[in-house]
Design a protein around this ligand. Structure first.
Ligand SMILES: Nc1nc2c(c(=O)[nH]1)N[C@H]1C(S)=C(S)[C@@H](COP(=O)(O)O)O[C@H]1N2
Ligand SMILES: [Mo]
Length: 175
């Protein structure tokens, strides 16, 4: 009898310790921390160029305000249009270049290896209404935990294709 009581006490104690820990399930929009991105590699025609945040700061800046469906907040991002980056590093969207863009996809990857695809046409503002930028600030401040670069698209209903801690973008032609 004595024995049963004390093991019951131990069981209750163990439950009391374990419960608050199990209750800490993460809200849907929260995420594991990824290593902070400090460089961005842009690859066009298999040729990689590694950029620092200063390289993007020196380019024309684009600001977009988007609604983050997970945080339920409006967020204002500033950075460089992805199409400007592609044009600068070998994929201009001009008459000779447009076929290449039409036949290519973009693979954008974060430091945690999370990656998403966009089609070439979808990131080209002369083709598509929504804007895709490589952001370097959020609400006027550096991105902090989201790294130095974050891919943000104004046309998506939820932020799943926004890539925090963006570390590489490749334009890949589909034969
Ligand atoms: N690097 C990286 N970016 C990512 C993810 C990820 O796991 N790693 N998850 C995506 C998904 S599925 C969502 S819903 C949003 C959520 O980001 P937030 O919590 O910053 O709003 O980030 C997207 N970008
Ligand atoms: Mo998500």
């Amino acid at each position: 009898m004595h024995r049963t009581l004390s093991s019951l006490r131990i069981a209750i104690l163990a439950l009391a310790v374990a419960l608050p820990c199990c209750a800490q399930t993460m809200p849907e929009h929260q995420h594991e921390k990824a290593p902070v991105s400090t460089h961005l590699t842009v690859t066009v025609d298999g040729k990689p160029t590694t950029l620092a945040v200063e390289d993007l700061q020196a380019m024309p800046q684009k600001t977009i305000t988007v609604h983050n469906e997970h945080t339920k907040m409006d967020e204002t991002y500033t950075g460089v249009l992805l199409s400007d980056l592609l044009a600068k590093y070998g994929a201009p969207f001009d008459k000779p270049g447009e076929k290449k863009i039409f036949h290519s996809y973009l693979r954008a990857e974060g430091t945690d290896k999370y990656y998403v695809l966009y089609s070439g046409s979808e990131v080209e503002p002369t083709m598509h209404n929504a804007e895709v930028i490589v952001a370097i600030t959020l609400n006027g401040k550096p991105l902090a935990d989201d790294g130095q670069f974050k891919l943000v698209a104004s046309g998506d209903k939820r932020p799943a294709r926004w890539v925090r801690n963006l570390s590489s973008i490749s334009l890949v032609a589909v034969p």
